[in-house]
Design a protein around this ligand. Structure first.
Ligand code: ZN
Length: 436
């Protein structure tokens, strides 16, 4: 691979990180040199992350906000690398034989109109609606137009899962996967799959940006990442937001007609979302080892050979529950996963391959994963970690298969919270809308 490929595509690079030869070549190709900072309203801002630079009591001032991507000192020069690139034309870009439902086709039409109009667009699709398949025809059009697209999620796991799916349906297009932990070094590709964080490294790099899970951590409420999204998009480009639980700011933009909207209230199989069954626990979950109310449910699932997911608000609670589970049910096979778990992907795969009957997890698996024929159980549903959005996403793990659309969802709590109430109400509302 040509080394210059590792720089092209609207990258924001510190000139101190480049040798003279590369720098000259990038300038010849149309790269723009600029100062690392700019002034606005008498305040100093970083050109890469667009955040304000606070003066520190040291000699060399630098931007602390994007320091993880390499230090930028206020006197540094940056180069914004060229994006005017032609990609090889193909006879057929999209190679996918799947069928779209009538609802999905409507969504696709709306997306393509938004693309023609360079109009930012929100796809509000319930969990399991098949939003990814709806995106394929949009990407196809972007590629046909010789343009470049980035698919981003705040969550690394989602990017990793997405990458092989996109590669499989666009087999002749260059696709890259870039995130903080990826072994793959950045290089120019027509489709780039990356975490939203990586967008900080770009300026006007993409014609179309698709932002998945726009409501999830760490994107929700993060000013720097939201600025990065706008900055990474070309002036005449568009942003597509995907969400099952869109944040109120986006819905407000829809009301003010700043962005257009597609609604998919129905799952791809046409069945409603499973509505959670709520249970008040009279004692703590670890009462007598495992609370007898829970033991009753677990006995039932083991007896029926029912596979299940148990969600916990925090790692220590999960770990101590796992210990009790092992003690009381020595023959039950299960794994536990969390954000701290290096074997997370392998363990999730074990559960998917039905090598274990149960999986214990924190909110790390609230979204982006699909299993079939499972019962979903939330323990300590009153905990602050379980917001309305999280509970809706977790409930959305159930009922995703055509032949298991009525999987059960259970919330166990010691007291009822507003978040539980709102989550249950929204799921009912979405089902009611889907029937209309
Ligand atoms: Zn910065």
């Amino acid at each position: 691979m040509n080394k210059i490929n590792e720089y092209l595509g609207g990258r924001v690079l510190n000139t101190t990180s480049l040798n003279n030869e590369d720098l000259n070549e990038l300038q010849t190709l149309g790269g723009k040199l600029c100062d690392a900072t700019f002034r606005k309203d008498n305040k100093l801002f970083c050109r890469r992350c667009l955040m304000g630079i606070k003066k520190l009591p040291i000699d060399f001032q630098y931007c602390r906000h994007c320091i993880n991507l390499g230090k930028i000192q206020v006197d540094d020069k940056l180069i914004i690398t060229p994006t005017d690139i032609s990609y090889p034309a193909q006879n057929q870009y999209l190679q996918w034989n799947g069928q779209l439902t009538a609802n999905q086709r409507k969504g696709v039409r709306e997306l393509l109109i938004a693309f023609q109009n360079k109009q930012d667009h929100l796809v509000w699709a319930v969990t399991g609606a098949g939003k990814m398949e709806m995106i394929f025809p949009l990407i196809e059009q972007v590629l046909i137009a010789g343009q470049r697209v980035a698919m981003c999620s705040p969550r690394v796991d989602v990017c990793i899962e997405l990458f092989p799916r996109i590669q499989a349906v666009f087999p002749n297009t260059s696709v890259g996967l870039f995130h903080g932990k990826s072994a793959e070094k950045y290089h120019l590709t027509q489709i780039a799959i990356m975490t939203v964080h990586q967008l900080i490294r770009f300026e006007q790099g993409f014609d179309v940006l698709i932002i998945d899970e726009v409501d999830s951590y760490p994107l929700a409420g993060n000013e720097m990442l939201h600025k990065a999204i706008y900055k990474a998009k070309k002036t005449d480009g568009m942003i597509v937001y995907l969400s099952a639980t869109p944040p109120k700011e986006l819905l407000q933009d829809v009301r003010q007609e700043k962005i257009t909207l597609s609604k998919l209230y129905q799952r791809f199989h046409g069945h409603p979302l499973p509505e959670p069954q709520c249970h008040l626990l009279f004692k703590k979950i670890n009462f007598l080892g495992i609370n007898p109310q829970l033991r009753y449910k677990i006995n039932q699932m083991i007896h029926n050979k029912q596979r299940f997911m148990l969600f916990f608000p925090q790692i220590p609670i999960m770990k101590s529950f796992a210990k009790q589970l092992k003690k009381l049910y020595p023959t039950l096979t299960f794994v536990d996963v969390s954000s701290k778990d290096k074997q997370r992907l392998e363990k999730v795969q074990q559960f998917r391959d039905q090598k274990v009957q149960a999986i214990l997890t924190t909110t790390i698996l609230e979204r982006g994963v699909t299993f079939k024929k499972i019962t979903v159980i939330v323990l300590e549903a009153q905990a602050k970690e379980f917001t309305k959005t999280t509970l809706i996403q977790i409930a959305g793990r159930a009922g995703r298969g055509k032949d298991s659309y009525d999987d059960e969802v259970h919330f166990y709590y010691q007291y009822y919270t507003e978040q539980i109430r709102l989550a249950c109400r929204e799921i009912k509302y979405l089902n009611w809308q889907a029937k209309k």
